[in-house]
Design a protein around this ligand. Sequence first.
Ligand SMILES: Nc1ncnc2c1ncn2[C@@H]1O[C@H](COP(=O)(O)OP(=O)(O)OP(=O)(O)O)[C@@H](O)[C@H]1O
Ligand SMILES: [Mg+2]
Length: 276
Amino acid sequence: MGEFIRVKDAFYRYPSCEDWAINGLTMSISDGEYVAIMGSNGSGKSTLVRMLNGLLKPQRGRVLVDGQETVDEVATWAIRAKVAVVFQNPDNQLVAARVEEDVAFGPENLGLEPGEIRIRVEEALGLMGLIELRHYPPHLLSGGQKQRLAIAGAMAMKPQVLVLDEPTSMLDPQGRREVLEAIGRLNRDEGLTVVHVTHSPEEAALAGRVMIIDSGKVALDGVPGEVFSQGKLLQEYGLAVPVIVNITDGLRIQGVAVPKGIIGVDEMVEWLWPLL
Ligand SMILES: Nc1ncnc2c1ncn2[C@@H]1O[C@H](COP(=O)(O)OP(=O)(O)OP(=O)(O)O)[C@@H](O)[C@H]1O
Ligand SMILES: [Mg+2]
């Protein structure tokens, strides 16, 4: 497993701003990982996202994608092709009159041959379960379908990393489930590296690793069980813990010896079931 993304002591400040949005941030992400990023409003998550595909360049320090520096102008397009980004609002990301044209938009801009574009569109529609909706106008889709379409458009670029910045925050529970399942599938079955920015601890717990950003730096980094067992610290960073963690903390205070690392409903049930 190679380190596909490396951020080394990176700094970024917006021209209009006095404070560093990214303030000496160091981290790396390996091929095939599923990393959730959490942090309070303004902690620098979206700025980091924009740095990962070279949209913003570090003013100090380094950001490397697949060994290439994002400040290197020659690497810009290669990096954009390797790191696809999906944002919060699907309506701002959909451009065409029909679903399949929307997916084809990116590959067309890459200047690929029509045959290759068709193959990529088929694959991406299939991956996201959108084959039946291919002739639909995107504005008639549900929120979850729209966001899956945005992901399909990203996948048609054949990226190595998919970065999602709060992709479910505008969706209802059903749409949220659809998108989370799609993200999990891409990571599990396609081996895609996923970076998922979210405010939901339950969503973050689905990842293999959770990174907490505070004031433009990495504050905590580890497997979900580890990170979410640090309730006090998380509160200091302005973050919630999964509901199950609140329950297990409460049980421990009552003297019940709950094993470490229980952060999801399934794990809770698995532990409770034999006790009944
Ligand atoms: N375009 C911009 N111009 C000036 N300052 C900005 C801009 N975008 C973000 N900032 C500032 O940079 C800091 C980090 O913002 P960023 O959007 O990265 O945070 P975030 O963690 O994504 O927050 P949220 O959870 O609200 O999405 C904040 O202080 C913010 O005000
Ligand atoms: Mg943000």
